[in-house]
Write a protein that binds this ligand. Structure first.
Ligand code: PBG
Length: 336
C-alpha cells in the first residue's frame, strides 16, 4: 500500500488501466479456483444400488456403498482429488457407548475398503466423531448429567480412527472438538505403524446453526433433540481461541487444519493461515449449500456465478482447498 503511494498516484497510476482488457485482468489475478481445490463430502447408507434424495440438500443423495464407488469414479475423472465420508447409521446400531463407530465391518469401514479397492487414486477422508453412533446425537460419550466426557470420548475416537486406518483410509478428520484427541490419535497411529496416515484437524469448529441440513441427512437431528454442542464446539464470537486450538492441534500432530463453517469465518481462515502457514481448509457446510440452493430455486441468484465467487473467496482468504457439497457441480462449471 505504502509502496504504491510512494511510486505515485493518479494520474500517473490509474488502477483501472490493468482492468481494461481480459488479458491484463488475467495477468494480475492473485488467486484462482481449480478442480483440485475441491473435496466432495458423501453420505453413505446401507443397501444396494440405492440413492435417496435429501430434502434440504437438493442434488445431494444418500448413496449405498456400490453407488458411492461409482460416484468416486466419476469424481476422479472430473479431477476431484478427495472425498470425505459420512455414514447414515441405522438407528438399531446406535448405542450409549457408540461401539458401532469402531466395528471393523461397519458401514464406513466397508465403504473405505470398497473405494480403495476400486478407485485407489482418490484420497479417502473420514470424519472422526461419535454423533452418527450415539443415542443422544452428541459427538462423545455423556455422563449422568448429559455432559460430554472428554478423555473417555478420546479413547473411543482412537479406536474409531484405528478401525478406519485398518480399512485403508488416507486421512482421518476429527470433528469432535475434544481436548487432546489429536495427540491420542497420532500416538496410536504411530504405535500401529500407520506413520503416513494424515490427520486433518477440524481445529476451529464452531457451535453453528449452519449444520441443520447435515443433521437431517445423517439422521442425528432427532437424537440430538433440543440439546446443543456448546460445551465443546467453539463460540462464534471467538477468533483468538481458534488460534490456540490450531496451535495445540499442530503441536499434537495434525498435518492439516480446517475451519468450519466456511463463509462466515473467512477471518478465522486468514488468521490461521497467516499464523501457521499450514495446509488450511474450509468446510462450506450444509446450511450454506441449502441457502444457495433455495435462492437459486426461486430464481433470485445466478447460482453458478455466486458459488464460484464464494469458492474463490476461500482461496483468497488463504485456503489450500475447500470441502463443499458443490464440488462435483463446480468441477463441471470450471471445466465444462
Ligand atoms: C459431526 C459433524 C457435523 C458436521 C460435520 N461433522 C455436525 C455437527 O457437528 O453437528 C456438519 C457438516 C455440515 O453441516 O455440512 N461431528
Amino acid at each position: 500500500m505504502v509502496k504504491s503511494l510512494e511510486s505515485g498516484c493518479y494520474p500517473s497510476t490509474r488502477l483501472r488501466r490493468m482492468r481494461t482488457d481480459s488479458f491484463s485482468r488475467i495477468l494480475m489475478r492473485e488467486s484462482s479456483l481449480n478442480v483440485d481445490d475441491l473435496i466432495q463430502p458423501l453420505f453413505v447408507r446401507e443397501g444396494d444400488n440405492t440413492a435417496e434424495p435429501i430434502q434440504s440438500m437438493p442434488g445431494i443423495e444418500r448413496l449405498s456403498v456400490d453407488r458411492i464407488v461409482s460416484k468416486c469414479q466419476d469424481l476422479h475423472h472430473l479431477g476431484i482429488p478427495s472425498v470425505v465420508l459420512f455414514p447414515v447409521t441405522p438407528p438399531e446400531v446406535k448405542s450409549d457407548d457408540a461401539r458401532e463407530s469402531w466395528n471393523p465391518n461397519g458401514l464406513v469401514q466397508r465403504t473405505i475398503f470398497a473405494i480403495k479397492d476400486k478407485v485407489p487414486e482418490i484420497g479417502v477422508m473420514t470424519d472422526i466423531a461419535l454423533d452418527p453412533y450415539t443415542l443422544n446425537g452428541q459427538d462423545g460419550l455423556v455422563n449422568e448429567s448429559g455432559y460430554v466426557m472428554n478423555d473417555r470420548t478420546v479413547e473411543v475416537l482412537i479406536r474409531q480412527s484405528l478401525s478406519h486406518a485398518r480399512a485403508g483410509v488416507d486421512v482421518v478428520a476429527p470433528s469432535d472438538m475434544m481436548d487432546g484427541r489429536i495427540r491420542g490419535i497420532r500416538e496410536a497411529l504411530e504405535h500401529e505403524g500407520f506413520y503416513n496416515l494424515r490427520i486433518l484437524s477440524y481445529a476451529a469448529k464452531y457451535a453453528s446453526s449452519y449444520y441443520g441440513p447435515f443433521r437431517d441427512a445423517v439422521g442425528s437431528a432427532t437424537n440430538l433433540g433440543k440439546s446443543n454442542k456448546s460445551s465443546y464446539q467453539m463460540d462464534p464470537a471467538n477468533v483468538e481461541e481458534a488460534l490456540r486450538e490450531a496451535a495445540f492441534d499442530i503441536h499434537e500432530g495434525a498435518d492439516m487444519i480446517m475451519v468450519k463453517p466456511g463463509m462466515p469465518y473467512l477471518d478465522v481462515i486468514w488468521r490461521i493461515r497467516e499464523a501457521f502457514g499450514m495446509p488450511t481448509f474450509a468446510y462450506q457446510v450444509s446450511g450454506e449449500y441449502a441457502m444457495f440452493k433455495a435462492a437459486a430455486k426461486n430464481g433470485w441468484i445466478d447460482e453458478q456465478a455466486l458459488v464460484l465467487e464464494t469458492l474463490l473467496g476461500f482461496k483468497r482468504a488463504g485456503c489450500h482447498g475447500v470441502l463443499t457439497y458443490y464440488a462435483e457441480q463446480a468441477a463441471r462449471w470450471i471445466n465444462p
